[in-house]
Design a protein around this ligand. Structure first.
Ligand code: GLY
Length: 411
């Protein structure tokens, strides 16, 4: 594809990011994935606010808006991001116990990116505070950042009944998850910014634990791992986001590749470079030729991808329909993986990775991108259940930014 095509795509994404900022206004929430991409056609009172303990996706919208501001010089997008400050401040300063491992996604794509773009000390302090709160989830016995629940094992009063029953959210003692690799850049950044090695040491310890316990001999990866809560001894593989224990969740692999590529950049440690090579080697062996993987490489042919809460999506699945397989792809995994590979390629050339990135850029452009400004969603067919979702939208936008050599300020 020509650079001009990338540019047209990226500029359409920038316009959409600006429109979405207007659509969101002052009420940023956890807008769930939807098949029609109309994230905002919903009663917002039913959605988790930024302050909610289990909120993890709002900053994909601020991240897209700030990338658009960087590209276009549209300062109103920076002002929009700044107008949301109080929610983000309250979360980590007023209710730090009611937070989880995804503070990395939440603050890297909010305050770290804003700080790097504008030099604002307020945003810098906010990110350092978020990094402190995240680092305090580190469990020394076991050397991992604990996933999900409060560190004191209680639940905030506002937690909905369904989550109280959820074994992962409500019983997260001893649990770590592979997605958390993408939360480490907040800690690495804080270590560099404050010169306090505590942050860097926590990030390295968690990355090493992931390396040791999550990556299997064959180059596949598990979603979650449970450690003995008291001794910290590795206990067993767990799963929440992929198909099952023992499965190979494509998006989890992409989080791991991008996370290790960034850990390699921050530390220069060879073992993280090797982890990227091992994970991508297996992934490329298994991925479909068009670059968009099935949601979980070990999903049986006749099974739907796991239902993530939308009845609408579940009913769409028809076991007799041979086109089912196309519903089970995860385009977000392709976008995240391509960004992770480009991060790696910024340090070292690799022909297979380079080809994969080109394939993904072409396939997404031809079949998966929705550039109509009327539709808030950007990337179709995410998550194995045919939805648009903000996380894949963000990484699709980052992918074209990277292809255009825009400086990536977030990570
Ligand atoms: N929690 C990250 C994901 O679902 O990919």
């Amino acid at each position: 594809m020509e650079n001009k095509e990338y540019r047209d795509i990226y500029e359409a994404m920038c316009r959409k990011a600006a429109l979405n900022a207007q659509r969101i206004g002052t009420d940023l929430r956890e807008f769930p994935g939807r098949m029609d991409g109309r994230y905002f056609d919903v009663d917002r009172n039913t959605l988790r606010p930024v302050e909610h303990i289990f909120c993890w996706t709002p900053s994909f919208f601020t991240g897209m808006a700030l990338m658009a501001a960087q590209h276009t010089g549209n300062l109103s997008l920076v002002r929009w991001v700044e107008s949301l400050y109080e929610k983000y401040r309250a979360k980590v300063f007023d209710t730090p116990a009611d937070t989880m491992h995804d503070l990395g996604f939440m603050y890297t794509l909010y305050s770290t990116l804003a700080y790097r773009l504008t030099g604002s000390d307020t945003m810098k302090e906010l990110s350092v505070r978020a990094a402190e709160v995240l680092a305090h989830r580190f469990v020394p016995n076991g050397r991992y950042i604990r996933a999900w629940g409060r560190m004191d094992d209680s639940l905030p009063d506002y937690i909905e009944e369904s989550l109280k029953q959820n074994n992962f959210f409500a019983n997260s003692q001893g649990l770590a998850i592979v997605d958390c690799m993408m939360n480490l850049p907040l800690l690495f950044w804080a270590g560099e910014t404050t010169k306090d090695k505590f942050f860097t040491n926590v990030a390295i310890a968690h990355a090493d634990t992931t390396l040791k316990n999550f990556i299997r001999e064959d180059g596949s990866v598990c979603h979650a791992y449970r450690f003995d809560e008291i001794t910290g001894e590795p206990a067993e593989e767990f799963n929440d986001c992929g198909y099952s224990v023992g499965s190979h969740w494509a998006r989890g692999t992409a989080w791991a590749v991008y996370g290790f590529a960034l850990a390699w950049r921050f530390t220069g440690l060879e073992r993280y470079r090797q982890a990227v090579l091992k994970l991508t080697g297996k992934y490329l062996e298994l991925c479909a030729p068009d670059g968009v993987p099935v949601w979980d490489f070990r999903l049986p042919e006749d099974k739907p991808a796991r239902h993530f809460g939308s009845q609408e999506t579940w009913e769409y699945w028809d076991i007799t329909n041979p086109a089912n397989r196309t519903l089970n792809v995860d385009s977000s995994a392709a976008a995240i993986m391509a960004c992770g590979m480009l991060e790696f390629l910024s340090k070292e050339e690799n022909e297979s990775m380079r080809q994969y990135v080109q394939t993904v850029a072409r396939t997404l452009a031809q079949q998966y991108l929705e550039l109509d400004p009327e539709c808030p969603g950007v990337l179709r067919q995410q998550n194995g259940n045919a939805t648009f979702a903000s996380f894949g939208d963000y990484f699709a936008m980052e992918l074209y930014a990277r292809l255009l050599n825009e400086p990536i300020l977030a990570w």
